[in-house]
Design a protein around this ligand. Structure first.
Ligand SMILES: O=c1[nH]cc([C@@H]2O[C@H](COP(=O)(O)OP(=O)(O)OP(=O)(O)O)[C@@H](O)[C@H]2O)c(=O)[nH]1
Length: 688
């Protein structure tokens, strides 16, 4: 909110410009998007290989890396994209502890080393930010740079070995500086944060807003001068340095240095680098002292341990001049390069083999799970744990030989546990995973959704090649029925298929509903309408989470008619059902419209029809909430899900930016997104 206020005077100026975020970090994208800035994302190709040993203080390393990331994109864009951006933003986040710089872990062991170092102690997180302003001139492009950094102190609780490994095995640490994500599971490890929380996440929003304000406010008041350079240089206490390239001894490997890039050489204009590091550092907002802005960094306290960073400037220069390939003693980043080179030269490692096998054989695991679920193996072992294969075979009416194989497959997939009763007899029971998710009445039962995967998605996927070649869904090939609107003429064509589909949606809504309902503070909304809300399972999660909220489920008459089978939802008098077609009929009035796993079923034209109807029904301040996996969210399954939508519907998975664009066309703004741990990303926007 504060950032929007600070930015609002300059947003009209930014809005006509091509602003580029030179970062592949989803967190940076989210932080900037949430304040309403419109920008394109062009991740930088700059490899983070600067020699840390050559920087007096860690933040200088982060700032220099941010600069190189931004410059690489600023230089590449005019050549590759044939357009010159107006502004390129780059950033680099590092963690420092005991004089050491920690970046993203290269593997689980590395994450373990980082997190155990952070356990029970305070550390600093620095994000360096670079803003490159590009000016097209007749003979090329001029670049001007503003850079700054922000420090936030974070203290970790003492972490037990079990906690550490549980966290590492969640996969979260791998793409995050210091090996943790404060915005997600990693937040549970943190005792306190002093300073800007967003800085820890990867982007110091407040400091950035102040810099932007300074640049553009100054420009408005300096109309008779070259606005760009004046605006920048007046902020800068150290604005005289003019460099055409980074100092040669900063880059660890000459082949990766931006100075050797042909792109750089083709730019005839010098790059003016204006440092504005201490512009807004007197802000009362940040209690944390920013080292370095005033040139006061205590060199000795930041001296990096020799064992990690052994390059001297002379060594680097020698490497440059001799054009050697890789140094003998390397920093961690250099070690990554080394290991990549090693892999290319020799053989794949165990992890590579595991990954590729998992992908190739993944369908076998899915089908074993589907089959065990369909044969009610998990139901049986939930009520009668400790049966052997012969007993299970008898109960599920299957062969002993086949049942043995299936049970063993489930054991190896972590769905069942086996115990040897005697040397002859092995008995089985459900694991925790099966107890939570797989038997029919489990608290978060996915049983019905698994049946939907087996009965509907599996046959559709077997025609994926045709779906890709033809660009249409595959209902006709898989089920002998043409379907334009899968809901009207495929899923709801017979009572049995309809119930199966509703059961599937019901089970997935029960698993994901709470996380969706609690993603945002919705206390200001009194009425909601869950469009396509099916059995009301999601609506029920919303009324449970928000005592002041009533929800109308709006769905096709065929669905509403059957929804009463799904108790106890009908006992909650704050959930009501209205029958209708959201493309054709008038929508019930509400303050909040919920679209959970709906828009991905439809092509853009239909989404616009629906959003326009919602926009017409919304007063200013009312909101639309979209819950689905987005392509830039955190689940690795969103892109495969997009393939699924293609084989199944005319719809698709989309990026957050695509929804933002669509919503803004219908008068929505103030967009925010939360990535839940429960498959779904939740996006909210208000009618302006
Ligand atoms: O608590 C958190 N701390 C850090 C992060 C994320 O960590 C990475 C830091 O890496 P880097 O600055 O090198 O940025 P990249 O992800 O490699 O993207 P670029 O393309 O910009 O180089 C950053 O993504 C932080 O967001 C976090 O999420 N939580």
């Amino acid at each position: 909110m504060r950032a929007t206020m600070l930015l609002s005077p300059v947003i009209p100026k930014l809005s006509g410009k091509l602003i580029v975020l030179a970062s592949g970090s989803p967190r940076r994208l989210e932080i900037l998007r949430n304040v309403g800035i419109r920008f394109e994302v062009v991740p930088s190709w700059f490899k983070e290989t600067l020699n840390k040993g050559l920087f007096k203080a860690p933040h200088e390393y982060a700032v220099e890396t941010a600069k190189q990331k931004a410059l690489e994109v600023a230089r590449r864009m005019p050549l590759k994209h044939l357009k010159t951006p107006d502004m390129v933003i780059g950033a680099d986040t590092i963690v420092t502890i005991d004089g050491m710089i920690l970046e993203k872990p290269i593997d689980k062991q590395d994450a373990y080393r980082m997190l155990s170092r952070l356990s029970g102690k305070e550390h600093s997180v620095f994000t360096g930010v670079a803003i490159v302003i590009c000016h097209e001139k007749e003979n090329g492009v001029d670049y001007q740079m503003i850079d700054f950094f922000e420090e936030t102190k974070v203290k970790f609780a003492h972490l037990s070995e079990d906690m550490l490994w549980e966290y590492i095995n969640s996969g979260e640490p791998m793409d995050k500086a210091g090996g943790y994500g404060i915005q997600a599971l990693g937040g549970m490890l943190v005792e306190y944060v002093h300073g800007d929380f967003f800085n820890v996440m990867g982007f110091p929003l407040n400091h950035f807003c102040k810099q932007i304000s300074l640049i553009y406010n100054h420009r408005t008041t300096s109309s008779n001068q070259d606005s760009a350079s004046v605006g920048l240089s007046h902020n800068s206490p150290h604005n005289t340095s003019i460099l055409t390239q980074p100092p040669p001894n900063l880059t660890a490997q000459s082949s990766q240095s931006p100075t050797s890039s042909p792109i750089h050489n083709s730019s005839p204009s010098p790059i003016q680098i204006h440092h504005t590091q201490d512009g807004p550092s007197s802000s009362p907002v940040h209690k944390v002292k920013r080292k370095g802005s005033e040139g006061t960094a205590d060199e000795s306290s930041w001296k990096l341990p020799d064992s990690l960073f052994t390059h001297t400037a002379a060594e680097c220069e020698r490497q440059d001049s001799e054009n050697t390939t890789l140094p003998q003693t390397t920093s961690r980043e250099q070690a990554i390069e080394l290991s990549v080179a090693e892999h290319e030269a020799s053989e794949p490692n165990k992890e590579d083999l595991e990954k590729i096998t998992e992908l190739v054989d993944g369908f076998k695991a899915s089908k074993a799970l589907f089959t065990a679920s369909r044969l009610h193996v998990f139901d049986l072992l939930q009520s009668r744990p400790g049966l052997d294969a012969t007993q299970v075979a008898q109960e599920i009416e299957a062969s002993v030989k086949g049942t043995e194989r299936l049970l063993e497959a489930c054991v190896s997939l972590g769905l069942l546990k086996s115990k040897e009763r005697t040397s002859q007899k092995t008995v089985y029971e459900n694991t925790r995973l099966a107890a939570w998710f797989l038997w029919s009445d489990a608290p978060f039962s996915l049983h019905e959704y698994i049946q939907h995967c087996n009965n509907t998605l599996w046959p559709l996927f077997s025609h994926l090649e045709s779906a890709v070649r033809e660009g249409t869904n595959q209902h006709e090939k898989a089920f002998g029925k043409k379907s334009k609107d899968i809901f009207q003429d495929a899923y709801f064509s017979s009572k049995e298929v309809k119930l199966r589909f509703m059961n599937a949606m019901h089970s997935i809504a029960k698993v994901t509903g709470k996380a969706v309902a609690t993603a945002f503070d919705l206390s200001s909304y009194k009425t909601a309408c869950d469009l396509g809300g099916c059995t009301g399972a999601m609506a029920y999660e919303f009324t449970t989470a928000h005592p002041g909220l009533s929800v109308t489920v709006f769905d096709l008459p065929a669905v509403v008619e059957m929804s009463e089978h799904f108790h106890p939802l009908h006992t909650d008098n704050r959930v009501s059902f209205v029958a209708g077609d959201f493309f054709k009929d008038e929508l019930p009035k509400a303050d909040l419209y919920i679209l959970a796993r709906i828009l991905h079923d439809w092509p853009d034209e239909k989404v616009h029809v629906l959003l326009s109807k919602i926009a017409d029904a919304c007063k200013p301040g009312c909101a639309v909430l979209i819950a689905e996996t987005m392509l830039d969210g955190q689940t690795p399954y969103s892109a495969p899900q997009s393939v699924n939508m293609h084989a199944q519907t005319e719809g698709m998975k989309r990026r957050e930016s695509q929804y933002a664009d669509m919503l803004s066309k219908h008068g929505f703004g103030c967009m925010r997104v939360v990535h839940t741990l429960n498959f779904l990303d939740v996006f909210i926007a208000n009618k302006m």
